[in-house]
Design a protein around this ligand. Structure first.
Ligand code: CTP
Length: 398
């Protein structure tokens, strides 16, 4: 899988440095040639002897070998590497990388390297969630650095939370995807539920209440998730669209059926994207036989349906939940209150007034709204919007 690839493994001073030994071995087994750069502090967590033996190369720590003056060129190391994987990456190293500090070989090599860099953060949960660390990660991401997810779990401090280093097997997978971008399977092992299309609320055996949603946006999201290796359950109202490749499709009609199918699928999911235009009201009674007309006007009593997004929001924990909103006016404000009420990670706001956006068309113009504010995207195809949504979901999973 990594035959002939040159992987530079950077190791910094974290308890998780012991995982670097397993990682190094996995890289070698996958066929890569590995060179290891360590910081001085990293040597206190794992010995250079261990890493040199596993990588089959001398360990690089200093700018030059004090014994014989031999120069460890950060420039040629950067040129040699097909990928620079820094695992574990401490808060300190991430901060230095984000600001261009170059006070050791690991950092000067980062600044010189022309190849892709992946970092696997490893630290205590409070350090990880600290605004400074999160800002540094955002800066590095904007510089093109790939940030490996830091799963929640028990930490060396005894606390439980986010900040653990990703497992070596996950990092190997991420590295393979990075070096083979056409096979990017960044959501392998994740399961998502997507709702799409319009629901149909029966009035009698012949008539029903529905809306103009065609399901195009939800189907594009299901495809984008599946393309990145996720398992996808698409709970869909009636549409004429073909089932996206690799996706499990569950057909429903009413809001009640969509509620049942979606809440069931969500039990084993890592997240849900609520793209369906679900009826907010349904007839209080469905007439058993076709209703005969008379000369009188008639009215139908409607009752509220269950809010599926809010129901998932109530049980979601740290899973990702994305909502949609369609607004004709005061969009952002109303979406922000929906974000809180339904406990969503973010809302994709479509405007009814924007040209090229909304029902039936192949393009969309959306604004992402989360607890930090809003980000408006230009008009683009629904497939491109789906990619942006899935990119944001990946960030939320970190
Ligand atoms: N939603 C849902 N179940 C419902 C109603 C809505 O899951 N019974 C979801 C939708 O799929 C969408 C989000 O909730 O992701 C927002 O829908 P809604 O609250 O109906 O907002 P709008 O469609 O923008 O309309 P309004 O607030 O004006 O009713």
């Amino acid at each position: 899988m990594l035959q002939g690839k040159h992987i530079l493994l950077g190791v910094t001073g974290s308890i998780a440095a012991y995982k670097a030994a397993v990682l190094c071995r996995l890289l070698r087994t996958a066929g890569a040639e590995v060179k290891v750069v360590m910081t001085q502090t990293a040597k206190q967590f794992i010995t250079p002897l261990t890493m040199a033996t596993l990588s089959k190369n001398p360990i690089l720590v200093e700018f030059f070998n004090p014994e014989n003056g031999e120069w460890n060129s950060h420039i040629s190391l950067g040129e040699w590497a097909d990928c620079y994987l820094i695992a574990p990456a401490t808060a300190n190293t991430l901060a230095k990388m984000a600001t261009g500090v170059a006070d050791n070989l690991l950092l000067t090599t980062y600044l010189s390297a022309r190849c892709k860099t992946i970092v696997a953060p490893a630290m205590d949960c409070d350090m990880f969630s600290h605004i400074t660390t999160q800002n540094n990660l955002a800066t590095l991401r904007s510089h093109g650095v790939i940030i490996a997810p830091s799963p929640a779990g028990e930490l060396a401090s005894g606390l439980t939370g986010k900040g653990r280093m990703a497992e070596p097997e996950q990092l190997l997978e991420l590295l393979i995807q990075t070096l083979n971008p056409e096979k990017k399977k960044s959501l392998q092992g994740k399961h998502f539920v997507v709702t799409a299309g319009a629901t149909i609320e029966a009035i009698d055996p012949v008539r029903y209440i529905t809306n103009h949603s065609t399901g195009k946006m939800g189907y594009a999201i299901a495809q984008a998730l599946s393309d990145r290796g996720a398992q996808v359950t698409l709970v869909t109202g009636r549409t004429t669209l073909p089932t996206p490749q690799g996706v499990t499709r569950v057909d429903v009609l009413s809001a009640e059926q969509m509620y049942n199918a979606t809440t069931e699928a969500f039990k084993s999911a890592h997240g849900a994207i609520m793209c369906a235009a679900v009826a907010d009201y349904t007839p209080a009674k469905v007439a058993e036989h076709k209703i005969k007309k008379s000369d009188d006007d008639m009215s139908i009593e409607l009752v509220r349906t269950k809010d599926i997004a809010a129901a998932l929001g109530a049980v979601k924990g740290d899973r990702v939940l994305v909502g949609f909103a369609l607004e004709s006016d005061a969009g952002v404000k109303s979406a922000q209150s929906k974000l809180k009420r339904k406990n969503l990670n973010f809302i994709v706001l479509n405007s009814l007034t924007d040209k090229g956006a909304g029902f039936g068309v192949d393009t969309n113009k959306v604004t992402f709204i989360d607890s930090n504010g809003s980000q408006s995207l230009p008009l683009m195809s629904k497939a491109e919007v789906a990619e942006k949504i899935v990119d944001k979901i990946e960030q939320e999973l970190c």
